[in-house]
Design a protein around this ligand. Structure first.
Ligand code: AMP
Ligand code: MG
Length: 315
């Protein structure tokens, strides 16, 4: 059931059931992070392998539980960017079940910036484990309807908070003796992060990287084959235009192309990020045999968009 009333969401979560929650990044599939039976259902509903750890979502009410595990660098980042699209990896407190972290000694923590979910978190006394509310490796959901379409029969309630305002997943950071590292590009841009931490290094995960729980080469993927290109005009040549969808920003005219989805007509990368996953879902429809995506410029959220598109294109 979809609704915008938090009280059924609170009741279902307290009963150890799954509830889809709105956040500024994408919709999450949430369960009580302290209840391993409840968390297990997340993996089952998504068909997600157990080696892929979940992010723990908290509000001000849950923050004190984690205080003693948060060191200074992590605290600076949290103070600056929370609530917001930043996940910080910290040492795992013993009260977080191993299943949440896939057996790692660390846990990813985030305070989402969405009024309904913040209200929800203020009503419960436990944190929420929540990955994106989509089947494993598919495109993440940015509306309640996206969740209903794919996981409607697996969740007790979908809390509808409107379309996600950032539209791509959180940026994930870790800080340890080796410095501060970005593990996943996401909704908080490197430009913003570097204003606070100029010495940030990238350590973006892939299957080839053994320190890579979950950041799979193939991810965010449509069923329809997807091609990532620099020049869409060149790429559509030789395609069956009636069966081709094109996604990009400030797209040229492209006569004859069946489905043209412009993520931002005036080239605003944040707007493009917000529209990206809905466009991928729309393009992944009957009659389309090829999705051609134009690379985003490497500014602002552009690198995070391109990271998603590269993984979506990976075969
Ligand atoms: P999502 O499915 O978008 O919620 O993202 C979860 C992702 O966060 C996982 O696939 C990992 O890449 C990352 N993650 C979560 N917890 C950890 C952790 N303790 N250490 C490293 N990465 C993590
Ligand atoms: Mg996901």
């Amino acid at each position: 059931m979809i609704g915008s009333d938090i009280s059924p969401a609170v009741d279902h979560l307290r009963a150890g059931e799954l509830v889809a929650i709105p956040t500024e990044t994408v919709y999450g599939l949430a369960a009580n992070a302290l209840n391993d039976e409840a968390v297990l259902q997340i993996f089952e509903a998504k068909n997600r392998p157990h080696f892929d750890p979940l992010i723990v979502h908290i509000g001000q009410r849950q923050l004190p539980m984690f205080e003693e595990y948060i060191h200074d660098e992590a605290r600076t980042l949290m103070n600056t960017f929370w609530p917001g699209p930043l996940t910080v990896i910290i040492d795992k407190p013993p009260f977080i079940p191993d299943i949440v972290c896939s057996g790692l000694t660390t846990v990813g923590l985030r305070m989402p910036d969405h009024p309904l979910t913040q209200e929800l978190l203020s009503e419960i006394d436990f944190p929420l484990a929540a990955p994106s509310a989509n089947p494993f490796t598919y495109v993440s959901p940015t509306t309640a309807q996206h969740v209903e379409d794919q996981l409607g029969d697996k969740v007790s309630y979908i809390l509808d908070g409107g379309p996600a305002k950032v539209g791509i997943e959180s940026t994930i950071m870790r800080s340890d003796q080796g410095g501060i590292k970005v593990l996943r590009l996401g909704g908080l841009s490197l430009d913003e992060l570097r204003k606070v931490e100029p010495n940030i290094e990238l350590e973006i995960n892939s299957n080839a990287n053994p320190r890579a729980p979950g950041q799979l080469d193939r991810h965010y993927a449509t069923q329809t084959p997807l091609l990532l290109v620099d020049d869409v005009e060149e790429a559509v040549k030789g395609s069956d235009l009636a069966k081709t969808a094109v996604i990009g920003m400030k797209l040229p005219e492209l006569k004859g192309v069946n489905l043209k989805l412009d993520l931002s007509e005036n080239g605003d990368v944040s707007e493009a990020a917000r529209n990206l996953f809905a466009a991928l879902r729309l393009a992944d429809s009957e009659g389309i045999e090829k999705i051609i995506c134009q690379k985003a410029p490497e500014t602002g959220l552009g690198p995070a968009i391109n990271d998603r598109l590269r993984r979506a294109a990976f075969r």
